[in-house]
Design a protein around this ligand. Structure first.
Ligand code: ZN
Length: 164
């Protein structure tokens, strides 16, 4: 089922998501719905907060041939970050707004698949960026929080204006 995506400044985007303790039917359904919703919105990643469920589930699909992470990751944790890269970023919850954001170039991520298997993967490029972005969502952080104070002010002003 495709869900409406919560947009800024919805409060659920600021909630710190809860760990998944059991892979229940509800969690499986949530993961399936998230994959469908992400796909329909043509996003490269989605966190459960974005469909109103503050639970530590993310879906990632960068369309890269070297895709090395599962589509659904439960309880993701970043084990290591390396390097730095500044690229333009956007978010399904902040439609129409893009800004250059500095993030680590490479990431080592640990998590659990929907089948309950633990895994650790190293990733880089768009995938590493998407994972850092989605993990932020689980901690109630949005990509605009990484902007400089001046750009943050501009965002708030411009975005609030557009919404009227
Ligand atoms: Zn986002």
């Amino acid at each position: 089922m495709i869900h409406p995506i919560k947009t800024y400044p919805d409060g659920v985007l600021r909630r710190v998501a809860k760990e998944v303790s059991d892979i229940t039917d509800e969690i499986r359904r949530l993961a399936r719905d998230m994959a469908e919703t992400m796909c329909a919105a043509r996003g490269v990643g989605l966190a459960a907060n974005q469909i109103g469920q503050p639970i530590r589930v993310v879906t990632i699909e960068t369309g890269s041939e070297k895709e090395s992470v599962p589509l659904v990751i439960l309880n993701p944790v970043i084990v290591a970050l390396e390097g730095e890269d500044a690229l333009e970023e956007g978010c399904l919850s902040i439609p129409g707004f893009y800004e250059t954001i500095k993030r680590a170039k490479e990431a080592v991520v640990k998590g659990v698949t929907i089948d309950g298997k633990e895994f650790t993967v190293e990733c880089s490029g768009l995938l590493a960026r998407a994972i850092q972005h989605e993990l932020d969502h689980l901690n109630g952080i949005l990509f605009v929080d990484h902007l400089s104070p001046v750009k943050k002010q501009l965002f708030k002003r411009e975005y609030a204006k557009e919404k009227k």
